[in-house]
Write a protein of this length. Sequence first.
Length: 286
Amino acid sequence: MNTRLLKAFVVLAEKGHYALAAEALAISQPALTKQINLLESRVSLALFTRGRHGTALTTGGRRLLPEAKKVVAQAELFLHHAEQVAKGREGFLAAGFGLSSFYFAPECIARFRAQYPGVDITLEDLPSAQQYEMLQSGALQVGFVRVPPARPLSYHSLFEDRLVLVTPENTAMNLESWLQQFPLLRLYPERGGGLNTQTTLFLHDQHIFPASTQQVEDIQTIVALIIAGIGVALLPQSVVHIAPPGLNIVPLPGEATRWQVGIAWDPRYDDSVRDNFIAIAKGFVR
């Protein structure tokens, strides 16, 4: 049933006068009369009686009014919810992030939540290559990744990250000396493909060959092994935000240490929530 007819019924019952109800509904009085007549025809029941002092509900009208109010309220709630969804104020967002955005991505989400509390968000630590795949499948809506990604993904660069040498103590040794005395700790290829590629590129550019390497599962393990004096690592400078006291962070030279980090998405999917989040990320000044 057309909810406009039910709303006309409810408003006329509340106002008790066709002229007042028509004004409240922003329609003409003849249009309101037509809607009430149509509703009465649909339900095969007279809903109102008209007298010198206005309009009164019939016995049947009084019985149906509570249900009509419920339907109208539910319809208005639905329309409000639909409007919020269309504007990206309600919904769901799955985001991915990597080592370089370990600090940046949660801050973006905190800012987004403050403006859009009706959106449910998940954030998962994933390698850039896996994020690229999940963005194209729709499993992620946005990803904080190394940019540029391959088409069809779109992206926006956010900041530059770079490699630093992380060692267990502040000792005056150069990079080559560190890598001759301690194993170079690296992530497994499936876990840190981008970081490993950057590390290899840098070492090749500097003509440095580590004496030994050790592969581990995650950054937390690398940090723990460095603290224990078991090895050293080439890590993103962004990791210093989560590094515990006592680690020695050594800047490294050369263009091979640098890469761009940005936010990526698949433009083939229409998503107002995602677009609002991207706008927040673009406007976030680090």
